[in-house]
Design a binder for this molecule. Structure first.
Ligand SMILES: N[C@H](CCC[C@H](N)C(=O)O)C(=O)O
Length: 314
């Protein structure tokens, strides 16, 4: 696990005198080991940290350590679709890039809001505005969180990918692409953020993860780069995966990825299409994913865990 050297910006800010540095309270949460620094910006409309400051805080030696920084912000002034939002979520990956959504992260934000004493609506839900649209986490009695992740984006242009569509809805299902000297069969699904899914017979033997991951993340067929999920089918309702995330590299879990690969598995005929919950085993643990035919939405259920709180300086 290579330690990334600090960027010049980060090392400059590390040298910043303590007089200029400002204090930043934070809380650390994780979803199956996909870990995030949470910032309480409920009184703000924009994140209180820059992408560079966020990347520095994510550094596992020079900072707090994390796969990203998540900001709990005030709801949008005019929500456009009429119904109210409770909050806005923004997130920076550990490299400082800003994705549209984060599945484990939205569960961590919901738990963060609950721990901050924010009341939920009667059904235990928070209406969260994100760059991927409306996302609704519901706090369950058993401590898990079920998230309405919205509908998947199947149309190639909406993933986005430039791979040639080869299936209905102008979508990409097991389309060939070349990367790292190998020919791959790629199924592309958007969850607000892009996902390239590759089914293999053996997760350990069939991929050279540290080389194939980054080569596929930056593949020219994905103009916004992509998250990369390698999937092995264990049964009609059980998939196991390894994930190389866009802007974060190898993580222990990826919630949007678990949703995207469940859709991909059904559309590629690897498992039956139906409402049944699918167990997705990630390196950090299990998520339960349902793609409901009634509303075409994807529902993800899993944990969010408080790790520690503290104060840092940037
Ligand atoms: N790295 C991802 C964002 C975080 C997604 C992942 N951590 C999740 O739980 O969905 C991207 O750039 O699209």
């Amino acid at each position: 696990f290579s330690v990334r050297p600090l960027s010049s910006t980060a090392s400059t800010s590390l040298r910043r005198t303590t007089l200029e540095a400002r204090k930043v309270p934070f809380s650390k949460y994780h979803g199956l080991g996909n870990d995030f620094i949470l910032i309480d910006d409920r009184d703000k409309s924009e994140p209180s940290l820059t992408p560079e400051e966020s990347a520095m805080l994510c550094h596992r030696n020079f900072g707090i350590g994390g796969d990203g920084v998540i900001f709990a912000l005030q709801p949008p002034s005019e929500s456009g679709d009429g119904a109210d939002f409770d909050f806005t979520m923004r997130i920076y990956n550990s490299d400082g890039s800003e994705p549209e959504m984060c599945g484990n992260g939205i569960r961590c934000m919901a738990q963060f809001l609950k721990d901050l004493g924010e009341s939920k609506s009667d059904d235990g839900a928070y209406q969260i505005h994100t760059l991927a649209g409306r996302i609704v986490p519901v706090m369950n009695e058993d401590g898990t969180i079920t998230v309405d992740m919205g509908e998947p984006f199947l149309e190639a242009a909406k993933v986005p990918t430039t791979l040639e569509a080869n299936a209905e809805h102008d979508s990409v299902v097991e389309q060939t692409l070349e990367a790292n000297g190998k020919t791959w069969k790629c199924t592309a699904v958007g969850m607000g953020n892009p996902h390239a899914i590759f089914f293999v017979n053996d997760l350990e033997k069939d991929i050279d993860f540290e080389k194939d991951g980054p080569a596929l993340e930056a593949h020219e067929s994905f103009p916004a780069k992509t998250n990369v999920e390698f999937v092995q089918v264990k049964g009609d309702d059980h998939l196991i995966m390894k994930v190389w995330e866009r802007g974060a590299g190898p993580t222990l879990a990826c919630g949007t990825g678990a949703c995207a690969l469940t859709v991909a598995a059904m559309r590629a005929g690897k498992i039956p299409r139906g409402d049944q919950p699918v167990r997705v085993t990630l390196p950090g643990g299990d998520l339960w994913i349902e793609w409901r035919e009634s509303d075409n939405k994807i529902y993800m259920t899993g944990p969010a865990t408080f790790a520690f709180a503290g104060e840092t300086k940037v």
